[in-house]
Design a protein around this ligand. Structure first.
Ligand code: UD1
Length: 344
């Protein structure tokens, strides 16, 4: 069975490709490499020993998406990871974010309709819950209003899927709402490599650990949490990737739209992450306390019960393993994908 993976060269997409191949799916990657690079595909081929077809192009171009289905289809399902995802940037460039993130989803749905493909998994996020009233967050609380265009685009895309599922009785859609992904494949060949200075916590700490950045800025130590720093639900990216394979299987058993959390059901603080990373890399990592970051919340973590019941999926890896795998990737590739893979 062949799966079209939009954004398959990105951080979560690339790890999912390996899990799909292990589960005997055929894959085709569509990516514009705006926040990734073709080297990712070479490395996926090296790890898997499989040749991976890919098409470079923009999903906000309907003719490119139609061409994907024509040339590489038929597809059993689409997994849609491709999106702009920097929260701060989305506030500065809302038009770019809405155009890219919304039009690409509409184009994919339109091509799926034209070419008779009925299943889609959509990359959503815990951000759709906004500021939670109760923890852990269960799917049943419904989506809230996000504080930024990036998060808002996730909510709107989920709505597209839900509405289309009401209109087409054959359509099956799953929005997977992710906790914060960390770690890397055990090979150390693929991992997270954001453009420029990382906006997220662990990619930033990894750059401090490898000596590319001086110290971590901790955004606030006066939150109502035990050590005063923000707490989040962190999940190993390979656990997340496996969740997609489980979701594909579950979609054979129902029709319509569903939203499922992929999280661990617990949170860690910024200090807990920093201290654990220091242990893993063998060096006390420097930090400075700064003001809170606008839009941040004190704590969130997801209720993973529905994923266990519906997908028979539970996260397997603990925090130490996530950070060991992050460090393995970063120390092996201090310059990310521009570090030549064959020289190590
Ligand atoms: C953000 C997005 C989320 C997205 C996730 C990707 C929002 C509000 N957040 O989550 O949708 O899925 O990235 O992983 O939409 N921190 C520091 N110093 C830093 C960076 C972060 O102290 O240099 C702190 C933050 O204040 C926060 C924690 O680390 O308490 C995690 O931050 P981050 O990794 O950016 O993730 P989120 O904001 O939770």
């Amino acid at each position: 069975m062949k799966i079209l993976v939009c954004g398959g060269a990105g951080y979560i997409g690339s790890h999912t490709i390996l899990e799909l191949l292990s589960a005997d799916y055929e894959v085709v990657i569509a990516d514009n490499f705006s926040n990734s690079c073709p080297e990712v595909i070479k490395r996926l081929e090296k790890i898997s020993g499989t040749s991976i077809p890919y098409a470079e192009g923009d999903l906000d171009d309907q003719s490119f998406v139609d061409q994907l289905f024509e040339q590489y289809g038929p597809f059993e399902a689409v997994i849609h990871f491709a999106a702009l995802k920097a929260v701060g940037e989305s506030c500065l460039k809302p038009i770019e974010y809405y155009k890219n993130n919304l039009i690409s989803t509409l184009n994919i749905l339109d091509s799926m309709r034209k070419f008779g493909c009925h299943k889609i998994i959509y990359s959503s996020s815990a951000t759709v819950y906004g500021e939670p009233e109760h923890l852990p967050i269960a799917e049943s609380v419904g989506t809230s209003s996000a504080t930024n265009p990036y998060g808002q685009s996730k909510i709107i895309n989920e709505r597209f899927l839900e509405d289309y599922a009401k209109a087409d009785p054959e359509f099956i859609a799953t929005a997977l709402r992710y906790a914060n992904p960390l770690g890397a494949h055990e090979s150390g060949e693929i991992g997270e490599e954001p453009n420029g200075i990382p906006g997220n916590l662990v990619p930033y700490i990894a750059k401090v650990a490898v000596g590319k950045l001086d110290h971590l800025n901790i955004f606030g130590d006066d939150y109502p949490t035990p050590d005063g720093t923000g707490r989040r639900d962190y999940i190993h990216v390979v656990d997340l990737a496996k969740g997609h394979v489980a979701a594909l299987a579950e979609m054979n058993t129902r029709k319509g739209f569903d939203a499922i959390n992929l999280g661990t059901g617990r949170s860690y603080s910024v200090f807990e992450i920093l201290n654990c990373y220091s242990e893993v890399c063998g060096r006390k990592l420097p930090y400075e306390i700064k003001a809170r970051r606008p839009g941040d919340i004190a704590e969130n973590y997801l209720d993973p019960t529905k994923a266990k019941e519906k997908l028979n999926w539970t996260a397997q890896y603990d925090l130490r393993r996530m950070l060991e795998d992050s460090w393995h990737w970063q120390s092996k590739n201090p310059d990310g994908y521009t570090s030549p893979a064959d020289s190590k």
